[in-house]
Design a binder for this molecule. Structure first.
Ligand code: FAD
Length: 322
């Protein structure tokens, strides 16, 4: 009956979402008088999970799972859920987990809710709050199946430290050729840069920057902050920046702690992709730009004036606090 989480890792290191899921699952487990089991796949260590309330780790180490394979990973989660007799399986909203969640639900004949932003408001009936319509609204979803799969929206719950006496068990799921019917042949990674998906801070710029030659200051600001760079759709459409940086409804979603939007008007399609970010800072010459309506902090000013000054101040602050 343990609550099962899939503690995602990359190259052996846990992603922050693993600890968010553990924090979330621990709260549910406490309410239901049960425990939290974390499934790990090729993760280097398990001890960090004990800081966020995980009671047991099912540790899978398998070379055939070194590259992400949705079918195989979903099968492993299914087998872990059966082993633990889990009725609640908690996944994150990373690209990988959003592939996995519907597969896991199908394998387990479970009800599935994505974009969950709060703890269940009731266990009987089982109801959770989720976002809808590109984060413009909330709805309360009821899951009536015995087994429930939840995908938690990034940054919606936060980290809660709870020490636990973690036990570890080696878990060797049975995998067949069918699990690897679709194979990842190669992975191309942007090297030396923070990726948008993993970034705590994102510096994003739009058509207000006038041309690709002006991105030096955006990259410098990102580098000072340890941030990823992003852009609006037209900017990647024109070819000023790579498509991998395009954020918004038709691009990548961003759920960063800090999103800095420079020379971006704030069209609804752009906001749809970034409004799970916690703090939004907008720099724009037009005081009536729609982006200011969703901004936590705004600077009405010319990016070519404001950004270099911001970089200078941040460098001075870092030097003084080194
Ligand atoms: P603009 O709208 O041209 O805005 C530029 C901004 O820069 C203005 O607000 C201006 O005041 C400001 N500015 C100008 N000069 C300066 C300066 N020197 N300093 C500071 N500020 C300055 N867009 C996305 O971004 N992501 C999506 O996923 C997306 N999906 C879409 C899907 C559909 C179906 C459609 C129809 C559109 C989509 N769009 C998307 C496009 C979207 O509607 C907007 O056209 C786009 O976001 C505008 O990009 P922008 O803000 O960079 O440019």
């Amino acid at each position: 009956m343990a609550i099962l989480i899939y503690a995602e890792s990359s190259e052996g290191k846990y992603k922050k979402v693993a600890f968010e899921l553990a924090s979330y699952a621990k709260k549910i487990a406490t309410s239901l008088g049960t425990t939290v089991t974390a499934l790990t796949i090729n993760a280097n260590s398990t001890s960090e999970l004990a800081d966020y309330g995980v009671d047991k780790v099912l540790k899978v180490t398998d070379d055939s799972l070194l590259k992400f394979s949705a079918k195989a990973y979903a099968d492993v989660i299914k087998q872990a859920a059966k082993k633990e007799s889990s009725l609640i399986i908690v996944l994150s909203s990373t690209t990988d987990s959003l592939y996995l969640a519907p597969l896991v639900s199908t394998y387990l004949n479970a009800g599935f809710t994505s974009n969950v932003v709060e703890l269940p408001s009731s266990f009987s009936p089982f109801q959770v709050k989720r976002t809808a319509f590109s984060n413009k609204a909330f709805n309360l979803t009821e899951i009536s199946t015995e087994i429930k799969v939840l995908a938690i929206a990034k940054n919606s719950f936060g980290l809660i430290e709870t020490k636990s006496n973690l036990t570890e068990e080696v878990f060797s799921p049975t995998l067949t050729d069918a699990d690897f019917a679709v194979k990842v042949e190669s992975i191309e990674k942007v090297s030396g840069k923070v990726t948008i998906a993993d970034a705590e801070i994102v510096v994003s710029a739009g058509r207000g920057l006038k041309g690709p030659e002006n991105w030096g200051m955006i990259e410098e600001l990102a580098s000072v902050l340890g941030a990823a760079t992003a852009c609006s759709k037209p900017v990647s459409d024109i070819g000023w920046r790579p498509h991998s940086e395009h954020v918004g409804q038709t691009g990548k979603p961003v759920a960063a702690n800090l999103y800095i939007a420079i020379g971006i008007s704030g069209a609804i399609q752009h906001i749809a992709g970034i409004n799970s970010s916690k703090v939004k800072v907008v720099i724009n010459t037009d005081a009536d730009a729609p982006f200011f309506k969703v901004a936590d902090y705004g600077v009405v000013g010319d990016a070519f004036d404001v950004v270099p000054k911001l970089i200078e101040k941040l460098k001075a602050f870092k030097a003084a606090n080194a």
